[in-house]
Design a protein. Structure first.
Length: 126
């Protein structure tokens, strides 16, 4: 998922989903704990969303992570986030995230994304 075409495709799908939900970038970004500029960068294909952010989109908005990443299946899930079966650690993380203050959400997401980037970079250099 790291090549430029893939990033553009994901960005186009994200924009399509956000528009289907009739949301501005700002309104869409706030519950996810990211800035509007972050969503804009993804939609333009300049940034790649982390797996954590994609999971949060599914949790908050019912946007299928498979559809966002690969364009497969339906855009929106038929289920509410309460019906999604996640491993216990992921569910606890999402539950805590959903009630945290925006500044905490942003800090947590930034930390997780940075950690994931370092792990991916380390794997590439092995």
């Amino acid at each position: 998922m790291s090549n430029e075409k893939s990033r553009r495709d994901i960005g186009l799908r994200l924009k399509e989903a956000r528009n289907a939900l009739a949301m501005t970038q700002t309104a869409f970004s706030e519950p996810l704990g990211v800035r509007q500029s972050h969503i804009s960068g993804i939609e333009k294909g300049e940034r790649e969303p982390s797996d954590t952010l994609i999971l949060l989109m599914e949790y908050h908005y019912g946007i299928s992570h498979t559809w966002i990443k690969h364009g497969e299946g339906s855009m929106l899930l038929d289920k509410k986030h309460d019906d999604i079966n996640l491993p216990q650690e992921q569910q606890r993380l999402l539950d805590a995230y959903s009630v945290a203050e925006d500044s905490i959400k942003y800090a947590a997401l930034t930390m997780l994304e940075n950690s994931a980037e370092k792990s991916q970079s380390a794997k590439k250099h092995k």
